[in-house]
Design a protein around this ligand. Structure first.
Ligand code: ATR
Length: 274
């Protein structure tokens, strides 16, 4: 019998998680399939019941459910609790346990590029759900300083209080400088926009974007003239690898998963942008 895994979110139609996890199951000879389930916010409670009823073994959780799913879970891992967001669920005989692997994805994405985060000054744009895991990762790696700029200042202030970092007014982004700049908003997703001017980006040696569609966002296109860049698919890949390990206890084939998601994004870009 095949076991079932999947992603819940809205939207999920362009999620790369199904190709990434299915190729890993296949490669390892694990009898399992991974699907994409569009779940609207008002259906989340019923979806969680469905997971139990259908005995779905594991889930990825994405926008907009990473925070709201917490109240429906039976247990939550201490790190996910500290971050305040869940991106991974395990169904252990009807007990749903929430984890967060986004922060590990962020750390791994820097590590594989041999970037040492220790003592760096980081400018983070955005104070949404993704930013929490990014900040947690940066603090774990002992960066020197984190400045968060967000369109809605109050949300940056909440992160300032939660993580003891510095919230900066949006208008001051034009004066930002440091070692690493991270684009952590949804700006640039399926559009040719960047929340920050190229002149500002040019002051940094390392630039990361959480957006991966298009793969080379406007932000990264500016950044690669001045900096080493890390695209959003790297975070997706490494958070997915950690999920896979939590679900199965097995290390999945990273190179194959990486290849299929990069191939898939190229296909999607052709369909949507050309
Ligand atoms: P995620 O979980 O991906 O972080 P989110 O919690 O909805 O998603 O957060 C989206 C982030 O993108 C927020 O920081 C949001 O800024 P606000 O807090 O002001 O809403 C940011 N964002 C979205 N659209 C933006 C825009 N047009 N300009 C600047 N920031 C934007």
């Amino acid at each position: 019998m095949y076991e079932v895994y999947g992603i819940i979110g809205d939207p999920v139609s362009h999620s790369l998680s199904p190709v990434m996890h299915n190729v890993a199951f296949k490669e390892l000879g694990i009898k399992a399939v991974y699907g994409a389930f569009r779940v609207k916010p008002h259906d989340l409670a019923r979806a969680v019941e469905g997971i139990k009823a259908l005995n779905i073994k594991g889930l990825s959780v994405t926008i907009p459910h990473k925070e709201t799913i917490i109240e429906y879970l039976d247990e939550i891992d201490s790190v996910a609790q500290e971050i305040g967001a869940v991106n991974t669920v395990v169904n252990k005989e009807g007990i749903l346990i929430g984890y967060n692997t986004d922060w590990i994805g962020v750390i791994k994405a820097f590590e594989v590029k041999n970037i040492d985060l220790k003592n760096k000054k980081v400018v983070l744009i955005g104070a949404g759900g993704a930013s929490k895991a990014i900040i947690y990762a940066l603090l774990k790696k002992e960066v020197k300083e984190i400045e968060v700029y967000n369109r809605t200042f109050e949300k940056a202030k909440i992160l300032e209080a939660k993580f003891n970092i510095l919230a900066k007014p949006w208008q001051e982004l034009k004066n930002a400088y440091g070692d690493i700049i991270i684009q952590g908003t949804s700006v640039g997703l399926k559009s040719w926009e960047s929340p920050v001017q190229e002149e500002v980006i040019s002051r940094f040696k390392i630039a990361m974007d959480i957006v991966y569609f298009p793969l080379k966002t406007k932000f990264l296109t500016s950044a690669e003239k001045y900096a080493q860049i890390i695209d959003g698919l790297q975070i997706l890949l490494y958070q997915g690898i950690e999920q896979f390990k939590i679900w199965t206890g097995i290390s999945p084939p990273i190179e194959i998963m990486e290849r299929v998601i990069y191939e898939e994004i190229k296909k999607l870009e052709k369909e949507i942008f050309v």
